[in-house]
Design a binder for this molecule. Structure first.
Ligand SMILES: NC(=O)C1=CN([C@@H]2O[C@H](COP(=O)(O)OP(=O)(O)OC[C@H]3O[C@@H](n4cnc5c(N)ncnc54)[C@H](OP(=O)(O)O)[C@@H]3O)[C@@H](O)[C@H]2O)C=CC1
Ligand SMILES: CC(C)(CO)C(=O)C(=O)O
Length: 303
């Protein structure tokens, strides 16, 4: 099973690196600077389980030698357009394309480019970043991927086996669209709270009014999903409520990017979410303020 990871950043580097370390046939599509860094230093994953190091196989745009069985897309939303051009030669008639991006807009883009039988859904849950050396730092023990066809039909066993037993949790899901919506609700809430307050969830909850603020954000996010026909299931509601009321220093990737002065996925994560609220007439003042805050941040940094 030939697997191509598009991007060797925090998520692609982590899950692709684990698969490579488990002996799977993994190649990374990367840009030249990342290719050079991976060639000289290798791909290192550090986290609660220690450090793993692999020498990954890489290709850059123009070097793809034919179709892969599975293409996993692990770029930020603002990199997707170019990535789709670069990865196109890797997609043959029976290739499966699995995105790990947050938000939902990429689903339409991938279906538009590759059609509904090849463009699948995907969700990853992990707290990870790249450090100054380009090593992947996993901050908690959470590392889970789920994937599935958008119409919920069966996932062939070889695809399940491709991700199974590689040192992270992997699941084929018959409800991947709903899963992605629930992840969006969680991440939009977490991203909104942490970037607006410029604080971890624990810090927010220790501040006066912090608990009520988190609860308001969560209620707004659930109202959007419900209006859009994706009412979060009870398990997702409790993950959201527990997540936003924790005293732990939990953050979102968008918060970490903002603190590092990097671009943020404001449009794909909060812009589209607030637009859904507007479409359905759902009042979301806290989420709208968080989106405005991110838009100001993006404008000031020039994108
Ligand atoms: N980090 C996290 O904890 C989590 C992130 N997510 C989501 O996963 C998605 C990916 O995020 P994350 O992995 O953190 O992002 P990163 O910025 O860490 O990694 C993205 C990588 O994509 C690479 N890239 C961009 N364009 C191309 C291209 N055309 N060809 C090859 N490589 C390319 C970048 O490479 P270069 O070095 O060349 O810039 C970069 O290394 C996002 O939507 C995010 O919201 C989901 C769950 C958790
Ligand atoms: C939900 C969470 C926090 C973990 O996967 C995430 O997706 C992110 O930080 O981008």
């Amino acid at each position: 099973m030939r697997i191509l990871f598009v991007g060797a950043g925090a998520t692609g580097g982590y899950f692709g690196g684990r698969l490579a370390a488990a002996g799977r046939d993994v190649t990374f599509l990367v840009r030249p600077a990342r290719a050079a860094s991976l060639a000289s230093r290798g791909l290192r994953l550090t986290g609660p389980d220690g450090t793993t190091s692999v020498r990954p196989r890489t290709v850059t745009a123009g070097q793809i030698d034919g179709p892969y069985d599975v293409v996993v897309i692990a770029v930020k939303s603002y990199g997707l357009e170019q990535a789709m051009i670069d990865l196109a030669p890797a997609v043959g008639p029976s290739t499966v394309v699995i995105p790990l991006l947050n938000g939902m807009r990429h689903v339409d883009e991938l279906v538009g480019a590759f059609g509904p039988s090849r463009a699948w859904g995907g969700v990853c849950m992990i707290h990870a970043s790249l450090d100054e050396h380009g090593d992947v730092v996993q901050m908690t023990g959470l590392h889970r991927i789920s994937f599935g066809r958008l119409d919920g039909s069966d996932v062939p066993a070889p695809i399940v086996e491709a991700f199974d037993g590689a040192g992270f949790d992997a699941f084929a899901s018959p409800t991947i669209v709903q899963d992605m919506w629930e992840k969006w609700v969680f991440l939009a809430s977490l991203g909104a709270a942490t970037t607006l307050m410029r604080a971890t969830v624990g810090d927010i909850n220790r501040a006066p009014g912090g608990n009520a603020f988190g609860a308001r954000i969560a209620a707004e996010a659930m109202a959007i999903a419900t209006a859009a026909g994706h009412t979060p299931r009870p398990a997702a509601v409790s993950v959201l409520q527990n997540g936003l009321s924790t005293d732990q220093p939990m953050t979102s990737s968008m918060y970490r990017d903002m603190m590092a002065g990097l671009p943020v996925e404001a449009e794909a994560i909060l812009g589209d979410f607030v637009a859904e609220a507007d479409k359905h007439g759902v009042p979301v003042p806290a989420l709208a303020a968080a989106y405005t805050n991110l838009a100001i941040y993006s404008a000031k940094r020039g994108g």
